[in-house]
Design a protein around this ligand. Structure first.
Ligand SMILES: *[C@@H]1O[C@H](CO)[C@@H](O)[C@H](O)[C@H]1NC(C)=O
Ligand SMILES: *[C@@H]1O[C@H](CO)[C@@H](O)[C@H](O)[C@H]1NC(C)=O
Ligand SMILES: *[C@@H]1O[C@H](CO)[C@@H](O)[C@H](O)[C@H]1NC(C)=O
Ligand SMILES: *[C@@H]1O[C@H](CO)[C@@H](O)[C@H](O)[C@H]1NC(C)=O
Ligand SMILES: *[C@@H]1O[C@H](CO)[C@@H](O)[C@H](O)[C@H]1NC(C)=O
Ligand SMILES: *[C@@H]1O[C@H](CO)[C@@H](O)[C@H](O)[C@H]1NC(C)=O
Ligand SMILES: *[C@@H]1O[C@H](CO)[C@@H](O)[C@H](O)[C@H]1NC(C)=O
Ligand SMILES: *[C@@H]1O[C@H](CO)[C@@H](O)[C@H](O)[C@H]1NC(C)=O
Ligand SMILES: *[C@@H]1O[C@H](CO)[C@@H](O)[C@H](O)[C@H]1NC(C)=O
Ligand SMILES: *[C@@H]1O[C@H](CO)[C@@H](O)[C@H](O)[C@H]1NC(C)=O
Ligand SMILES: *[C@@H]1O[C@H](CO)[C@@H](O)[C@H](O)[C@H]1NC(C)=O
Ligand SMILES: *[C@@H]1O[C@H](CO)[C@@H](O)[C@H](O)[C@H]1NC(C)=O
Length: 761
């Protein structure tokens, strides 16, 4: 064998080795025939030609899938017509693309000189981010993620680029699938009073084609906020292992694509605009759009088409105008009734909202006092939103969306009363405010964004498609399923039923309350899922079901519940009234440690607040204190009442159906004979003293007079025998002297009581 052949063989051998370990970076030149591969092999960077094109572009594409899918392009409007192109890291530390004549056709244009005595490398990360970095310090000098082409990838920032002095990060469509030069559409985060994502038409004065609707501080369209340091809003969508991105196609739609290994193809997920109602201002001003209706446009109540002929012929772009002038607009308004607001439920909020941090009553008042204010809305994370311009781009959204209050002349008042301000306390407005304020209490933003989001598919897989065999129970807000995540963690998934119509509000409330709390005796929330119409909460799984199902034989359990409740009322940074304490809401872990769950109705009290009123009584018969069930008053003492019922149920092994347990306990207590009350299975003369104490304390908790009931902290002390003298209980609630339940008769007429437990007790 000649030496020449040997050299050839050796070089082939080395070439193979080189190919097997492709590099993820380069510092000199990269010719048309060379590429670099990200470390885990997900992405590749080099020259490519789009479909049906022979032009060469430097760009990044998925390496791991068989369909060429380009997610970033450098020289997008300066193609190279042959294979003479070179990408190189220039002497001054810029990444440049040069053509066959060594002319620079694209450059990162970094003005800063490359750091002395160190080299600059271009490295392709496995996220799809091409970075220029200082090889000494590893600091990034430039990243392609800050200069996207037409695609948003997981963990890419969307918003304002602080490094480029506030330049907006935008994505722009390709001209055609064969031509990556800037096309007609651009999508970006628009930083108005409320950040939104907009798609605009570059060829039509950047006119908005679609808007996502305002951002509530947590979710915006499919994105979650992951950073808002330095006053810049940045977002990304959740990083997960699947190959996924959003891209702006050349026709102007933002499309989510997920790679399906089974189909060996991309599957299209969300796409906007999706319906004709997504088209910006589809129905003109003061009208709403519902894609399920034909025609889709209808004027807001109190408004009629500006031009009936046009409107009836299907051209709704002229929108609607007010039928009755507002009182505040009239010259002579003496004697006429004040304007009011009508609530539109669950709509996509109109464009051009103004923002303030006013409370909801204040928001309403401010809007009413300003004649130009045509509508307001208020919500968690949004604060007070007001509109001083024509309302445009509203849409009916069945499940998501927010309530919008539109200003109307008093004469437009619908049969079911609109929210009219100026009536005495206790009007319908207050009811709405009370609930919304409970939600808004405290700065919830911070915690909420830390809460993990689960994909619907993940939860469906974990619960075997929400199979009946995995169902743990059914509450008023929907069923609860047991599930197992791929990593093996067991979870409980509460799937809020769409029929309850209260889903989102309670979900947000629960998330807000529970995410602020950490206690051994409170159930831990692991995350939530909001997907289409689905709303789900994910908790740690409690193997021993709820106290409801458990044979009561551990006094420690009741102590644990007590400690959990003390924490809610006193020890946490917030003061929280649970409002729906009951046996089925106490879960037990494998060590029988009780965990209080279900914070959907919980109310956060501000510093000096002791008691609150609600017009809508929500809770469960048998556990509701009389002042709450009848007058809507709730306080720590109403939770104490519920705790007392749980205590008595605990020792008796019976449910308090229609207060008969309380009546029974009271009469036996008076006769000095409690054995008949106690579950024979747990009755043991050894424990008689303990059990007597439980009955005693339970009766103290359910006393009719709320101010006589002990605080939870006192109950705990009594249970642990730190208090020697336990006072004699007085008459319990719901039982009159002649043994007739007082509350039941009034409950019957209370059709505004909502029961959270539909399974009946
Ligand atoms: C890269 O190519 C340019 C132009 O051909 C050449 O001047 C330069 O020396 C090359 N650099 C390296 C590191 O090969
Ligand atoms: C590529 O060209 C073929 C033949 O002209 C055409 O059928 C196909 O639609 C083109 N593909 C794209 C993506 O433009
Ligand atoms: C390729 O581009 C060069 C200039 O960059 C031009 O001189 C040449 O004619 C082009 N070739 C073709 C085939 O278009
Ligand atoms: C870099 O600067 C040149 C000259 O100012 C400009 O033409 C080019 O578009 C810039 N490149 C990029 C990627 O911004
Ligand atoms: C670069 O390194 C040399 C030798 O290590 C040193 O003398 C010189 O000062 C360094 N230059 C800078 C700008 O740090
Ligand atoms: C996604 O997150 C995982 C773990 O949090 C991390 O290891 C991985 O690098 C991330 N992927 C991307 C593309 O950033
Ligand atoms: C960024 O976008 C905002 C609107 O969201 C606009 O007012 C501003 O001028 C833009 N800034 C730049 C540098 O383009
Ligand atoms: C459209 O927006 C781009 C930047 O996003 C800007 O350069 C251009 O001037 C705008 N055009 C019009 C007509 O406003
Ligand atoms: C935000 O500010 C901190 C400290 O001022 C700084 O270290 C950090 O680089 C800034 N982040 C951005 C994205 O500008
Ligand atoms: C991939 O899916 C798209 C639709 O999303 C379809 O048009 C295309 O034909 C599919 N390609 C293959 C190779 O199946
Ligand atoms: C629809 O009505 C508007 C005026 O309200 C008019 O400017 C427009 O030309 C009409 N469009 C069509 C398609 O008739
Ligand atoms: C329930 O409604 C009735 C009549 O609508 C009212 O009298 C009663 O006070 C309300 N109950 C509560 C607790 O608000």
């Amino acid at each position: 064998m000649s030496p020449f052949v040997l050299v050839l063989l050796l070089s082939c051998f080395f070439l193979n080795v080189c190919l097997a370990h492709e590099r993820a970076f380069f510092s000199g030149n990269l010719s048309d025939s060379e590429t670099i591969l990200s470390s885990l092999g997900t992405f590749r960077f080099g020259f490519f030609s789009p479909v049906n094109s022979t032009s060469r572009y430097a760009g990044i594409w998925y390496n791991s899938i068989p369909l060429q899918t380009v997610i970033w392009v450098a020289n997008k409007d300066k193609p190279i017509n042959d294979s003479s192109g070179v990408v190189s890291v220039s002497e001054d530390g810029n990444l440049v693309v040069t053509d066959g004549h060594r002319l620079v056709i694209w450059s990162t244009n970094l003005s800063t000189q490359s750091p002395a005595n160190s080299t600059v490398l271009a490295e392709l990360l496995d996220s799809g981010n091409l970075v220029m970095k200082d090889s000494n310090t590893d600091a990034y000098l430039w990243e392609s993620f800050e200069y996207p082409t037409d695609s948003w990838l997981p963990n890419m920032l969307v918003g304002t680029n602080a490094k480029t002095g506030g330049g907006n990060i935008t994505i722009t469509s390709w001209k055609t699938p064969s031509d990556p030069s800037p096309g007609s559409y651009t999508a970006a985060l628009v930083l108005a009073a409320y950040p939104e994502i907009h798609i605009v038409n570059n060829n039509n004065k950047n006119a908005t084609m679609w808007r996502s609707g305002p951002w509530n501080g947590v979710f915006l369209y499919r994105f979650i906020v992951n950073d808002d340091t330095n006053g810049t809003v940045t977002m990304s969508f959740a990083n997960d292992s699947t190959l996924r991105h959003f891209y702006l196609d050349y026709k102007g739609s933002v499309i989510r694509r997920d790679w399906s290994e089974a189909k060996r193809n991309w599957t299209a997920g969300d796409q906007v605009p999706a319906t004709e109602c997504d088209v910006y201002r589809r129905c003109g001003q003061f009208a709403t759009c519902n894609p399920l209706k034909a025609p889709p446009c209808s004027c807001f109540k109190g408004f009629s088409p500006r031009n009936f002929v046009e409107w009836n012929s299907g051209n709704s772009s002229g929108g609607c105008i007010r039928k009755e002038p507002l009182q505040c607009e009239r010259q002579n308004s003496n004697g006429s009734a004040a304007d009011g607001f009508m609530r539109l439920r669950r709509v996509k909020l109109p464009d051009f909202a103004r923002r303030s941090e006013a409370s909801e009553p204040e928001c309403l008042r401010t809007c009413l006092q300003t004649c130009s204010c045509v509508a307001f809305a208020h919500g968690l994370g949004y604060g007070c939103m007001t509109w001083n311009v024509s309302l445009v781009d509203s849409q009916d959204l069945s499940s998501s969306g927010m309530d919008l209050y539109i200003r109307l002349a008093h004469s437009e008042k619908p049969d079911r009363r609109p929210v009219i301000i100026g009536r005495k306390k206790g009007t319908e407005a207050e009811e709405i405010f009370e609930r919304v304020e409970a939600l808004a209490g405290g700065g919830s933003k911070g915690k909420m964004k830390e809460l993990p989001l689960f994909e619907f598919q993940v939860l469906a897989a974990a619960t075997d498609n929400f199979s009946l065999s995995n169902k743990l129970g059914q509450g008023g807000f929907g069923p609860v399923y047991k599930g197992k995540l791929q990593e093996g963690q067991e979870i409980a998934v509460k799937r809020l039923s769409q029929a309850s119509g209260q889903g989102l509000e309670e979900l947000v409330n629960e998330v807000v309350v529970i995410s602020k709390l950490q206690h051994r005796n409170l159930v831990k929330l692991l995350g939530c899922c909001i997907a289409g119409e689905e709303r789900m909460l994910v908790y740690e799984f409690m193997p021993n079901k709820s106290l409801d199902y458990y044979l009561f034989d551990e006094v420690d359990i009741i102590n644990g519940i007590c400690r959990g409740l003390v924490y809610l009322h006193r020890d946490s940074r917030l003061r929280i009234i649970h409002r729906d304490l009951k046996a089925s809401n106490i879960l037990l872990d494998e060590n029988l440690v009780p965990k209080i769950s279900d914070f959907g109705l919980a109310k956060i009290f501000s510093g000096n607040e002791d008691e609150a009123m609600t017009r809508r009584v929500l809770g469960t018969y048998g556990y509701m204190s009389p002042e709450y069930a009848m007058r809507g008053q709730f306080s720590e003492k109403s939770d104490v009442f519920s705790l007392g019922v749980i205590l008595l149920e605990f020792v008796s092994g019976r449910r308090n159906s229609s207060s008969s347990l309380l009546a029974c306990a009271w009469s036996m207590w008076k006769e000095g004979e409690i054995n008949g009350l106690v579950d024979p299975e747990i009755f043991d003369t050894l424990f008689e003293k303990e059990i007597r104490k439980c009955v005693h304390i339970g009766l103290l908790c359910v006393q009719e007079a709320a101010n006589r009931r002990p605080s939870v902290a006192t109950v705990c002390s009594m249970l642990s025998s730190e208090v020697a003298d336990i006072p004699e209980p007085r008459h319990p609630a719901f039982v009159s002297r002649n043994g007739v339940s007082e509350a039941e008769s009034s409950e019957a007429s209370n059709n505004n009581v909502t029961i959270t437990d539909v399974s009946g007790r």
